[in-house]
Design a protein around this ligand. Structure first.
Ligand SMILES: Cc1ncc(COP(=O)(O)O)c(C=O)c1O
Length: 352
């Protein structure tokens, strides 16, 4: 039985963890007095300067309230209603955003099957359209990739570059859903730009929510042209925070002094440890390479159901694939070695 005096940390999602103390301090530090609202405050200017140092002088950053909002508003900036977006069929955008890209941005999502959550130029090409079919089809205007993918795999720089070149050849804009971009950057060993815009990503949804903030994400444009008017579009997409200073302070806290990279590196290290330990268990296999903070394990279905139930109230996602159960375990910035040992011990339990 879990000790009720112990704080419970589960593996259901990195959204379940709290905020890092330095983020809370950053919020408290900007709490005094009155400042202009809606982003005209000094804290947002500070974030702006920091983002330009990270992503290049031409880049523009816009703090957003949540990841779905960041993705949908970003897509609205680079595609017109009636156009289409090529994505992996496992993309959060197509599976977990309640059709907001369709309903709010008016975009058709063209999902393509992939073995590991990653698009390649060859896979993306299967969703290109034929001009002869105009005006009857939704013409692809964007490719979106998730970094890391929803399956926990990370695009390497050359893979991003190949997609950017393909996008350029076909007049497509390359969007990256970086809900866990800090984890990808920590895995690749560089900064945020080295995992995204340095290799041709035009627009990045920069995630912070899953990596130690209270709430908040951002959209980064590598180039100022598509960013024009985005402040208006953000408001029209219900994503404009009136008290922006609190949002900006949190994202600044992650970027400054590499706190976000540090936190993500911890989550990744716990996932690597978990993967190592799981590999030694009988009848359980890793279903994907473990590169960021997500571990997919496969095991007989009944055993998987039993394990998931025993994790209540932190039941991880379970996908039933024939006779097998595929479980997603996600490590957070505050996951400890003991947490990993505990969940591995739980995985070892077999039904009577
Ligand atoms: C890959 C990915 N993109 C985007 C999001 C956006 O999430 P939310 O709208 O919940 O902030 C998530 C959250 O789970 C995610 O995993």
């Amino acid at each position: 039985m879990p000790d009720p005096s112990e704080p419970i940390r589960g593996f259901a999602s990195d959204n379940c963890s709290g905020a890092h103390p330095r983020v809370l301090e950053a919020i408290a530090a900007v709490n005094d007095g009155h400042t202009p609202s809606y982003g005209a405050d000094p804290e947002t200017a500070r974030l702006d300067a920091l983002a330009r140092a990270e992503f290049g002088e031409s880049s523009r950053i816009f703090p957003m309230l949540n990841g779905t909002g960041a993705n949908v508003a970003a897509l609205r900036a680079i595609a017109r209603p009636h156009q289409a977006v090529i994505c992996a069929e496992t993309a959060h955008l197509t599976i977990d955003e309640t059709a907001a890209p369709e309903a709010i941005a008016g975009l058709k999502l063209l999902g393509a099957p992939t073995p590991d959550g990653k698009l390649t130029p060859e896979i993306a090409a299967t969703r290109l359209a034929d001009r002869a079919d105009l005006p009857h089809i939704a013409w692809p205007a964007v490719i979106t990739i998730s970094q890391p993918t929803e399956l926990g795999t990370v695009y390497r720089p050359e893979e991003i570059r190949a997609l950017a070149d393909f996008a350029g050849e076909h007049d497509l804009v390359l969007h990256m859903d970086g809900a866990r971009i800090f984890n990808a950057a920590a895995f690749l060993g560089g900064g945020l730009a080295a995992a995204s815009t340095d290799h041709g990503v035009d627009v990045l949804s920069l995630g912070a929510n899953k990596n130690g903030v209270v709430f908040g994400e951002a959209v980064v444009f590598a180039d100022p042209v598509p960013a024009q008017g985005f402040d208006v579009l953000r408001k029209g997409s219900l994503q404009l925070a009136s008290k922006m200073r609190f949002l900006s302070a949190q994202i600044t806290a992650l970027i400054e002094n590499d706190l976000g990279l540090e936190l993500a590196a911890t989550a990744n290290a716990r996932a690597a440890d978990l993967a190592d330990r799981v590999s030694a268990l009988e009848d359980i296999v890793l279903a994907q390479s473990v590169e960021a903070n997500i571990v997919f394990v496969a095991m007989p279905l009944e055993r998987a159901r039993d394990f998931v139930e025993r994790q209540a109230p932190h039941r991880p996602l379970l996908f039933e694939v024939g006779e097998a159960g595929l479980i997603r375990l996600v490590c957070s910035w505050d996951t400890t070695e003991e947490d990993v040992q505990r969940v591995v011990a739980d995985l070892e339990v077999r039904q009577a």
